[in-house]
Design a protein around this ligand. Structure first.
Ligand SMILES: Nc1ncnc2c1ncn2[C@@H]1O[C@H](COP(=O)(O)OP(=O)(O)OP(=O)(O)O)[C@@H](O)[C@H]1O
Ligand SMILES: [Mg+2]
Length: 385
């Protein structure tokens, strides 16, 4: 077993490619064209050029032929600051803490978590993605090989087990996306499951609050925290439930996934009841179901999607995250689709995939903003409510 593990780890290390650099040290997020930049900043391209000319914005890098090479997210965020179009939450608005949760494995939790985190960072929010799963899938998508590049001290683990620690700030890792921080995971987090369970059995149930406490210790620096939990109802998942104030449940429209999600909902209900009895209520601002990995070519899946829509009604997001070769291809490169600077398959597949990723994430963005009193007027102005 140990030998197999070592060999598999070596494969991952070579997939990481390009020498010894890991994660953010090597990666650069794609640049944005002036048109897209203007859209993201909320000003016209002319206004941006004007500000560059009169010195309110720094001049941008150009190619030898004088063309702009595109703007980085950091430059876009600097523009938002200059133009006053930053969309951060106000002081009185609650921090959004979203758990992408389903106890079933392989339903797309990590895929949804990483793409949502990067989408929100592109939109200008301050985002923290916490990988709570010892498998470290989200960590991998940021270019790390968890058991090679990440030490125990980089993860949630020390904070959860050591009640004397008062801040989770030590675990925040900058990423190649400006404004997006990652708390990475590795296999060590698996030990936390057992240790926590043992300690809780010795009547130290308040340990279930550790993740919530960790988030509170860094919350002032963020607008949104996204939690990617393991696929099981273990103690880590309990701490996730306790910390979250919103729940996004990915379900592929297959009978097996649907059945186990029904069980998940029942377990969730029961668990929330138990936590409530223990004086640790779970209070959710919203809960949504997201159909993931859907293949509408398959008649059975189309039918099941129809059933889910009827059953869950408003609780289901309108957009479906379809199965896409582009997502598979990106993850094989330890990346997300937002990391790619062009199609891996065809332009059409890539664009289609981006369209529904953006649509899913935009729906979630609105749910987040609806919980922020300071955003209500602008949502009204945009005709969203
Ligand atoms: N919409 C999609 N299209 C294509 N492939 C997808 C899609 N969503 C997820 N996948 C692939 O399915 C696999 C499992 O996805 P992911 O790791 O996100 O699931 P998970 O629920 O986090 O799994 P686990 O329960 O193990 O944590 C990955 O290889 C991922 O690339
Ligand atoms: Mg996962």
């Amino acid at each position: 077993m140990a030998d197999l593990y070592d060999r598999a780890r070596d494969v991952l290390a070579s997939l990481r490619a390009h020498g010894d650099e890991k994660g953010t040290e090597r990666r650069q997020a794609p640049r944005f064209s002036i048109t897209r930049t203007a859209e993201l900043v909320g000003r016209t391209p002319a206004a941006i050029r004007e500000a560059e000319k009169d010195g309110r914005l720094p001049t941008v890098e150009r190619t030898a032929t004088g063309r702009r090479i595109g703007y980085t997210l950091a430059e876009i965020n600097a523009m938002r600051r200059v133009f006053g179009t930053r969309n951060w939450r106000a002081l009185g608005d609650p921090l959004a803490i979203i758990a992408v949760q389903n106890f079933k494995g392989g339903v797309g939790k990590s895929t949804v978590s990483t793409h949502l985190a990067q989408y929100l960072a592109i939109r200008g929010y301050r985002v923290c993605l916490i990988d709570c799963d010892s498998q470290g899938s989200s960590t991998t998508m940021f270019g790390y090989v968890p058991d090679l590049d990440i030490a125990e001290e980089d993860t949630l683990y020390p904070f959860i087990r050591n009640t004397e620690m008062s801040s989770l700030a030590y675990a925040l890792h900058e990423t190649h996306w400006d404004g997006l921080y990652l708390v990475p995971a590795n296999l060590k987090l698996y030990s936390a499951e057992y240790e926590l369970a043992a300690q809780i059995a010795r009547a130290d149930k308040m340990l279930l609050n550790r993740l919530a406490e960790g988030i509170a210790s860094i919350g002032q620096h963020f607008d949104v925290v996204i939690l990617d939990p393991p696929p099981a109802l273990g103690t880590i998942s309990l701490t996730v439930m306790r910390a979250a104030n919103a729940l996004l449940v990915p379900i592929p429209p297959t009978v097996v996934d649907f059945t186990s999600t029904t069980t998940f909902l029942a377990m969730l209900h029961e668990t929330m009841g138990v936590l409530q009895e223990q004086g640790m209520p779970v209070e959710l601002n919203w809960l949504r179901i997201l159909a993931t990995r859907a293949d509408e070519q398959k008649s059975m899946q189309r039918e099941l999607l129809g059933v889910m829509r009827k059953l869950f009604g408003e609780t289901m997001l309108r957009t479906v995250l379809k199965d896409s070769a582009e997502i598979d291809n990106a993850s094989a490169r330890l990346m997300t689709v937002y990391d790619l600077d062009g199609p891996v398959t065809s332009r059409e597949t890539y664009q289609r995939c981006l369209t529904y990723l953006n649509a899913v994430n935009a729906e979630v963005e609105i749910l987040i903003r609806l919980t922020w009193p300071s955003h209500i007027e602008s949502l009204r102005g945009d005709g969203v409510i």
